[in-house]
Structure formats: structure tokens, C-alpha cells
Design a protein around this ligand. Structure first.
Ligand code: DGY
Length: 324
């Protein structure tokens, strides 16, 4: 009997192709909406493995109802939607898709930094509103990035690429803060380790690339923004939960910081009347960090290959829980 796999949304076809070629029976949920938890549990009853997306909330209750799953392979690098401890208790390996989306996500961080520093989204809106009348010597001035200090919160794969983009393009000095020093990344990028307060105090652009965990949730809050330069730009392409959005709005309104570029918001989707969308020094995107053909194809391939490798060798390529 072939092993049955459920894929919870239509993703690049390579995933289904690889799994089918490897002899699995694949069901793809073709609905436009994310499945409810009950629908997901029901669909999984006859399945052995799940290929999930970040929009599927896989909490303890989910794993209690789906103890029979043999592997969860997520089509995302982030896995804050998954209670990994609960999965581990039920001996279910959980995998993610690191690396394949790092270039794409770093590009969005880099693009947001430039867009904010030159108020690009705002100036575009002015044209749409018929407000482009003449050359304005003193209006809507931005600032230049050359020689500025980039602060990276979470110097991993994506943060390192962002650091290299910024040193290469603008000769920016790079400082970073992680839970633990990343010596390999320091060597590769020339970034200097600093404590969290120094990161806040010294960054001209502070870019978040960390996972959302109990330790990072709401870390960029009123208190943190108050320690930043009033000329600083805050960039978040990781998870909206790492910043407190009410505090961020207030920090921008009070000019505690200068600007913000967000590819992730809290909550998602952002409501169209959110004040951030109407601020000149803010650029917001709808969580498109990995939205390139290359990255999404790589994610689909790796998510499928994790399942194939697990059933062939007992080991998936990129598990996030230990012991697999
Ligand atoms: C990821 O891979 O974590 C991206 O944010 C898409 O969910």
C-alpha cells in the first residue's frame, strides 16, 4: 500500500511530481481558503504524512488528534505555527525549508531598506493621487545609506546575505545580535557582535531576521524603540510577532524612530486602514519574502524531498526537532 501524503494548498507542481514518482499517493487540497483545523484533521485521517504551510496551525490539540502522522514537512523556513515539542512527544519529525529562500527574502529586506530611506512607496502614492505637480527642492527628502550602520537581529542565513548586500552596495558597517555568537557568519560578513542595547543604540537601519519564539515575541516594543536613534529605520522580514505593532505605530508617529519597512505584520493580513499604510516613511508588503519562482520551487522540492528521504533512509534532510 502506498503511503498517503496530504498537501494543504496548491504549491509548485514539483512537490507532487517528485512524491508521485517516488510512489506516494498524493492529495492536494485545492480550496482557496486555508483549511479549518477540523477539516485538516478529517483530511488527514487516511494519511501518513502532511506537507503543511505556515498558515496551518499545528498545535498540541492537532498532534493529539493526529498521532498517527509519520512526518510533517513544512513548506516554509519558519515553523512558529507548529508546536514542535508536542510533535516530538509523539515522535513525529518536523521539517522546514531553509536556505532555498534566503536570497529572495534578503532581497525584500534590502529593497524595503532602500524604499523607506527614499520614501518610494509614499512618492508613488502621490502620483496616483495626482499630486506630482512640479520639481520640489525641499519636499519628501530621504537619506543616503552609504557608510551607515546596519544592525542585524538574527544573523543566520538570511541576515548574512542582507549584511553582504549592504556592505557590497553601500559600505555599511554591520553589527549584529544573536542569542549565541555566529563566528562563521562573522567571518563571512565582517559583522561585529554587540549586546541587544548596543544594537538598538547604534543601528541606522535595524533589520530583523530571527525566528518568532517565546524569547523574541514582542521584543521590539516601546522600550526597545525608545533606545533607537530617532533617525533609524526598522525593517522586519521575519515574523510580525517579533515587533509590537501598536508600539511601532506610536514610535513612528512620535518620531522616536524615523521609518519602517515591513514584509510581515502583526496581525496578518494587515487591515487596509492601518495607519502604517499612510505614513510617508513606511513601506509595507504582504509577506512576499519567498515569493520568487526560484525560491518557491526550491521550497516545494525540499519539502517533498524531506518526505522521500525520511521514508527511504529514516532521516529527512532538514528536520527541526532533534532525534531525526
Ligand atoms: C517562511 O518560509 O517562513 C516564509 O515566511 C513563508 O511563510
Amino acid at each position: 500500500m502506498p503511503k498517503k501524503i496530504l498537501i494543504t494548498r496548491v504549491i509548485p507542481a514539483i512537490a507532487e511530481e517528485l512524491l508521485t514518482q517516488a510512489g506516494f499517493e498524493v492529495t492536494v487540497w485545492r480550496g482557496n481558503q486555508v483549511m479549518t483545523k477540523d477539516e485538516l484533521i478529517e483530511q488527514l485521517l487516511p494519511c501518513h504524512a502532511l506537507l503543511s504551510l505556515g498558515s496551518n496551525k499545528l498545535d498540541r490539540a492537532f498532534f493529539e488528534a493526529c498521532k498517527h502522522l509519520e512526518i510533517v514537512s513544512q513548506f516554509a523556513v519558519g515553523f512558529d505555527n507548529i508546536d514542535v515539542a508536542a510533535a516530538s512527544e509523539f515522535k513525529i519529525p518536523v521539517c522546514n525549508t531553509p536556505d532555498v529562500l534566503s536570497e529572495a527574502t534578503a532581497d525584500v529586506a534590502f529593497g524595503l531598506m532602500i524604499a523607506v530611506s527614499r520614501k518610494m512607496f509614499y512618492n508613488h502614492k502621490l502620483i496616483l493621487q495626482g499630486e506630482w505637480k512640479q520639481f520640489e527642492p525641499l519636499k519628501n527628502l530621504g537619506f543616503e545609506l552609504t557608510g551607515k550602520t546596519l544592525g542585524i537581529f538574527g544573523l543566520g542565513r538570511i541576515g548574512s546575505i542582507m549584511a553582504q548586500r549592504c556592505t557590497g552596495a553601500y559600505g555599511m558597517k554591520v553589527i549584529y545580535h544573536n542569542r549565541n555568537r555566529n563566528l562563521a557568519a562573522e567571518k563571512e560578513t565582517g559583522a561585529h557582535y554587540v549586546d541587544f542595547d548596543t544594537l538598538l543604540r547604534e543601528s541606522d537601519v535595524l533589520s530583523v531576521h530571527s525566528a518568532l519564539t517565546a524569547q523574541t515575541k514582542n521584543l521590539f516594543n516601546k522600550e526597545a524603540f525608545a533606545k533607537m536613534k530617532n533617525t533609524a529605520v526598522f525593517i522586519n522580514t521575519a515574523r510580525g510577532g517579533v515587533h509590537n505593532e501598536i508600539d511601532l505605530i506610536e514610535a513612528l508617529q512620535n518620531q522616536t524612530i524615523w521609518g519602517a519597512g515591513l514584509d510581515v505584520t502583526n496581525p496578518e493580513p494587515m487591515h487596509a486602514n492601518n495607519p502604517l499604510l499612510h505614513m510617508p516613511n513606511v513601506a509595507v508588503l504582504p509577506h512576499i519574502g519567498s515569493a520568487t519562482v526560484e525560491a518557491r520551487t526550491g521550497m516545494a522540492r525540499l519539502a517533498a524531498e524531506n518526505i522521500i528521504s525520511f521514508y527511504k533512509t529514516g532521516k529527512p534532510h532538514t528536520p527541526v526537532n532533534s532525534g531525526f
